[in-house]
Design a protein around this ligand. Structure first.
Ligand SMILES: [Zn+2]
Ligand SMILES: [Zn+2]
Length: 192
């Protein structure tokens, strides 16, 4: 006779369908014909939750593309910095003093959104909180930047054909759309 693992001396008349250990009646949950121990039930619930996380929906996909777009535009604006890094790596030393704070900001933004794009495309759990923080910060920076243009945000919007308007839409409106979209993707990214 096999004993219940939790209760020595008690008959282990039920065999858990998952871990194959023996248990008494109070130590298992009977589901249909099968018995499951509580450790295994917890694992089963966890696994099904994680299974749901791996659903790459259209919404998350679009968020990933928007994030990639912001990354590309940012890195394009950071080209002077990238060129300088490249030149220094190639052995011709250029002074770092010609880099503006804006170049650095665009570079950091580009990397941050590139990481977010990858995280979203692979439905990583960290992409949820990380995405909210990065989008919110980028949105605030985008607005502050836009206000420093001559004429401010109104000036930008009154010249719809200008580069400043395009940049404003991508660097301020983009993160805002992304923020809303990620907040609405909680289920897809976290599983609950
Ligand atoms: Zn079990
Ligand atoms: Zn027992």
């Amino acid at each position: 006779m096999s004993e219940c693992i939790n209760h020595p001396g008690k008959e282990g008349m039920y065999k858990c369908a998952r871990c194959k250990r023996h248990f008494c009646l109070v130590c298992v949950e009977l589901i249909g014909e099968k018995a499951y121990c509580f450790d295994c039930l917890k694992e089963i619930v966890k696994e099904s939750r994680e299974g749901k996380v791996k659903s790459l929906t259209m919404k998350v996909m679009v968020s990933s593309i928007v994030s990639l777009m912001i990354a590309v535009v940012s890195l394009y604006n950071a080209l002077p910095l990238l060129r300088l890094i490249y030149k220094n790596l190639m052995g011709s030393y250029e002074p770092l003093s010609i880099i503006t704070p804006n170049d650095t900001l665009y570079f950091a933004t580009g990397l941050a959104f590139l990481a977010l794009s990858v995280g979203l495309a692979t439905t990583k759990r960290w992409a949820y909180k990380y995405g909210i923080v990065v989008s919110a910060v980028a949105f605030v920076i985008g607005i502050v930047n836009a206000m420093s243009f001559p004429g401010g945000i109104e000036g930008i919007l009154s010249t719809p054909q200008s580069n400043a308007t395009a940049l404003f839409i991508i660097m301020a409106v983009g993160p805002l759309i992304l923020l809303v979209s990620i907040l609405g993707s909680r289920k897809e990214l976290l599983g609950w």
